[in-house]
Design a protein around this ligand. Structure first.
Ligand code: DGL
Length: 266
């Protein structure tokens, strides 16, 4: 039971930032990653559409004998998590929003910012969950979709990324933050640039690390943590559409070369 893989999915290859953190912090765990590159981006799609794609992917991952599911996509976490938990009550499913909300509610004071896709921002998921836990927080949020394209085009650490960060964050709402949540799979790639923008005065939250730690506690709680088989950990990467561009982008997000296998679900 415990050496079965973990299923991880995202709208595309951005969720590989979460997969990389899971590999780093849970080196004994095998996983199967599914990136829905045929339907990416989810950030501008409707709730119904994201729920349908998320259900199909979860069914596929469970057919591959996964013992737990990680929704590595913020948009799918915001729009489809509740639905998946209802549909698949027997399998632990974790999303990328809750571990961040728990951390921030415990650590932040004053004003907190969130940047994410349009769909995640419009869902209000971070703001609602944070205020439910800590009503005194001041919470500001903004959709910053351009950062997704900049990360995919490998324009981080350039004038383009610095310009976009300034255009989105250099305003009254986003000034004097105690903490900023990077509410999108792609945004950890901007972490150091955003820290520099705030001159180190704002904590920029690294959600893949928090998600990996949360996953560990869920595996322990369900008694399905694999502690013994380090040499046998294996990783499989599926995408619903394979192109050269996705292979290149995948390397940037995962931090090493990986082989993507095409798997069409619908
Ligand atoms: N994976 C998405 C997220 O974290 C970003 C890309 C998309 O819009 O699909 O929200």
């Amino acid at each position: 039971m415990t050496n079965r893989p973990i299923g991880i999915f995202d709208s595309g290859v951005g969720g590989l930032t979460v997969a990389a953190a899971i590999k780093k912090h849970l080196p004994d765990e095998s996983f199967i990653y599914f990136g829905d590159t045929r339907h990416t981006p989810y950030g501008d799609k409707s709730r119904d559409t994201v729920q349908t794609y998320s259900r199909e992917i979860t069914e596929f991952l469970l057919s591959q004998d996964c013992k737990a599911i990680v929704i590595a996509c913020n948009t799918a976490s915001a729009l489809a998590y509740q639905k998946l938990v209802k549909k698949f009550p027997d399998v632990p499913i974790i999303n990328v929003v809750d571990p961040v909300v728990n951390y921030v509610a415990e650590h932040a004071k004053g004003k907190v910012g969130i940047i994410a896709t349009r769909a995640t921002t419009q869902s209000g998921i971070y703001k609602k969950s944070l205020l439910a836990k800590k009503p005194k927080l001041q919470v500001v949020s903004a959709a910053t979709p351009l950062l997704v394209g900049i990360a995919e085009e490998d324009f981080t650490h350039t004038d383009i990324s610095r310009g976009a960060i300034k255009a989105y964050l250099n305003n009254d709402d986003f000034s004097k933050l105690s903490l900023l949540i990077l509410g999108c799979t792609h945004f950890p790639l901007f972490q150091t640039e955003i820290e520099s923008f705030y001159e180190g005065k704002t904590e920029v939250v690294d959600s893949p690390e928090l998600v990996a730690h949360h996953l560990k506690s869920v595996l322990v709680e369900h008694k399905i943590l694999n502690e013994k088989e380090r040499e046998k950990a294996s990783y499989r990467f599926y995408v619903s559409e394979k192109t050269k561009a996705f292979s290149r982008i995948a390397r940037n997000f995962f931090g090493e070369n990986i082989t993507l296998t095409e798997k069409v679900l619908s």
